[in-house]
Design a binder for this molecule. Structure first.
Ligand SMILES: [Mg+2]
Length: 260
């Protein structure tokens, strides 16, 4: 389809793979179906760009994504700031499932704005085994994500994409009991993002609060790994292959200050 062709905003693009690329190649408007294909190992998948009005309908593994009138992520940015969610974006509590339990960490908006100003693409990579365990549903997670992205949008911060893994190899229930290559410490989400955005992972940064975040980023080849202490894993020693910090403000000052 020619790249100059514009689609009606309500056009439905359906494809088991690559529908987002189809949508972005023809228009910034449209409705896409993101799907994992036939194997659960290719779920999870990105759910949307942050400032659009999204209506998610769940159909098994499929999510309907309504891209309203907003720009797609800037594909020219080839470095990313990967953010774990629980313990980095929000204060750590086990299995956060509602807005009432979701408290943004101090300094997260300032950090994201600083990274954004330095041309980092902002991406979220989050294990969500609470889905696998049956504590909440994927719809619950997606609704909370929608709300979270709206809060970022209000702060003029564009989270380009959210990757999540709803599986657990041991405690998963039903189809969610699965040893997914996307579940950290496996590197799947990072590698998928590299493919989606043409990222230079060596020039990218991860902030996580667990050793499994560090391990996943290391396995993917992410160049800079930062462990933010959040409570569940109090790591005292400075490790060789990642940095340790106690605050997002400290991370912003050390890693995302504009060059002088
Ligand atoms: Mg975490």
């Amino acid at each position: 389809m020619p790249s100059s062709r514009r689609l009606h905003p309500r056009t439905l693009l359906s494809s088991p793979r690559g529908s987002s690329r189809v949508a972005s190649s023809v228009s910034t408007r449209g409705t896409t179906l993101y799907g994992p294909g036939t194997s659960p190992c290719v779920a999870p998948f990105a759910i949307r760009d942050s400032a659009c009005s999204l209506q998610i309908l769940r159909m098994g593994h499929w999510a309907e994504e309504r891209l309203a009138s907003r720009a797609l992520p800037d594909m020219r940015k080839n470095k990313a700031l990967f953010l774990d969610r629980d313990g980095v974006i929000n204060v750590y509590h086990p299995y956060v499932r509602s807005r009432e339990e979701f408290h943004f960490r101090e300094g997260i908006f300032e950090l994201c704005r600083a990274a954004q100003s330095l041309d980092y693409l902002l991406l979220v990579v989050t294990n969500q085994s609470g889905i696998a365990r049956g504590y909440f549903t994927e719809s619950d997670f997606l609704e909370l994500t929608e709300w979270m992205l709206d809060r970022f949008g209000e702060q003029q911060i564009n989270i380009a994409r959210v990757y999540y893994c709803p599986y657990h190899p041991v405690y998963g229930v039903g189809r969610y009991k699965f040893d997914s290559p996307f579940r950290k410490p496996n590197p799947g989400m990072f590698l998928r993002a590299r493919t989606d955005f043409g990222l230079d992972l060596a020039g990218s940064v991860l902030i996580g609060d667990k050793l499994l975040d560090m391990d996943a980023a290391k396995a993917a080849g992410v160049g800079t790994k930062i462990l933010l202490r959040s409570g569940p894993e109090n790591i005292d020693a400075q490790e060789d292959n990642f940095f340790v910090s106690d605050s997002l403000d400290d991370i912003r000052c050390r890693f995302f200050s504009p060059p002088r």
